[in-house]
Design a protein around this ligand. Structure first.
Ligand SMILES: NC(=O)c1ccc[n+]([C@@H]2O[C@H](COP(=O)([O-])OP(=O)(O)OC[C@H]3O[C@@H](n4cnc5c(N)ncnc54)[C@H](OP(=O)(O)O)[C@@H]3O)[C@@H](O)[C@H]2O)c1
Length: 246
């Protein structure tokens, strides 16, 4: 029996990187997936994969959550076995360059997004289902220039702990993956130049005992575990996947 046979899994930000790798993994293991994102070309590409439906939904827009819930009702008959609230972004600036708009952009996407999406979706989650959030090891390591992004991920970790206790009486588990440096489109979306990204990569590599960036598939393996019944007694946990960096 495949782990996700007969299971409906929603993955926000499932058109790229960690979310897309998790969608492919869930489908490979028998599940049906609904992914979200904003970019239409990537949504179309993901939606063309076997077992994957795609719907545009901006995590930063609370007004989009009603339509997201309607898509879950239409595509999954209103029953979710797992939700990976993964959509997120970052940008980096030292304290003297923190901007109000950028602060709001990151918090509205990375924190308000998953919190209000969970509010919109929780009634579709039944006994034995799993909620997964995506934090980051930076929520605890004090990486220079990452105060805003790190704080968003600290907030997600705090929310995860609370949601785990709130939903436990309904036998719904809530966990997080906490990735270290993973080779995805995330860094290109930060607004850093190629040269700046290269400098960042070299600096980070020296701090990773395994000596490399992780692959999205390596986070997807952990995400699939936490979403699956293999983790049936795991809740309120952050699974660090970072090559030993933290
Ligand atoms: N890569 C890393 O090193 C790393 C480390 C720790 C944690 N993380 C976390 O992992 C998660 C996934 O990132 P990734 O590395 O896989 O990066 P990625 O390849 O850039 O994927 C990000 C995904 O999120 C979607 N997204 C971004 N903003 C969105 C919004 N407002 N509404 C809906 N979808 C949105 C993107 O699609 P659109 O752009 O089309 O919307 C894309 O599908 C993020 O939460 C990130 O913070 C990444």
């Amino acid at each position: 029996m495949k782990r996700f046979e007969g299971k409906n899994i929603l993955i926000t930000g499932g058109t790229s990187g960690i979310g897309l790798a998790t969608a492919k993994r869930v489908v490979d293991e028998g599940g049906t997936v609904l992914v979200t994102g904003r970019d239409q070309a990537r949504l179309t590409e993901a939606g063309n994969l076997d077992g994957v439906s795609a719907v545009a939904s901006d995590a930063a827009d609370p007004a989009a959550n009603e339509a997201l819930r309607a898509a879950v009702d239409d595509i999954f008959g209103g029953r979710l076995d797992g939700v990976f609230l993964n959509a997120g972004l970052g940008a980096f600036a030292p304290v003297e360059a923190i901007e109000s708009d950028e602060f709001d952009r990151q918090f509205s996407t990375n924190v308000r997004g998953p919190f209000l999406q969970l509010r919109a979706l929780e009634s579709a989650l039944g006994e034995g289902s799993s909620v997964l959030l995506n934090t980051s090891i930076v929520n605890d390591v004090g990486m220079p220039s990452s105060a805003v992004y790190s704080a968003t991920k600290g907030a997600v970790r705090s929310g995860m702990n609370v949601f785990a206790n709130e939903l436990a009486p309904r036998q719904i588990r809530v966990n997080a993956v906490s990735p270290g440096p993973i080779d995805t489109a995330f860094f290109a979306a930060t607004g850093l130049s190629e040269e700046e990204i290269q400098g960042f990569v070299e600096q980070v590599l020296s701090q990773v005992p395994l000596g490399r960036f992780g692959a999205a598939e390596e986070v997807a393996a952990g995400a699939a575990f936490l979403l699956s019944d293999d983790a049936s007694f795991v809740t309120g946990t952050e699974l660090v996947i970072d090559g030993g960096m933290s």
